[in-house]
Design a protein. Sequence first.
Length: 138
Amino acid sequence: MTASRQETHQAGGKLSIGALSRATGIPPETLRTWEQRYGFPVPERKPSGHRVYPMSSVPRLRRIAEALARGHRAREAVSASEQALSSLLTVGPVEVAPRPSASEPGESNIVELLRFVETFDAEQLTRTLLRDWKRQTI
């Protein structure tokens, strides 16, 4: 029996945060942040205080991860109803404001990057930095 199956079997159809992370591709730190900010995923607590999650949360988390991969923000995807999440998966993200243009490469995102740092939006910060890095290496 694999470690993941053993964790699931021992928890009675529940997944540890590590197993949930492996099943969805979402880091444990992100799962904890979403729980705190958006109230999902909802864990139960073992007597030891460790989180365990119902297996039924896996499909929704995978759909949320897909919405994030398509460019949607965590706050809209995680807190979306099932119907709204389905809509997010059929369309791309809506640009709220145009990006400022700058005279020099790299300057265009400084304000945006600082905003992501100030709001602790690690996902958008990482996505923007990777996008800019790819542009530099092409």
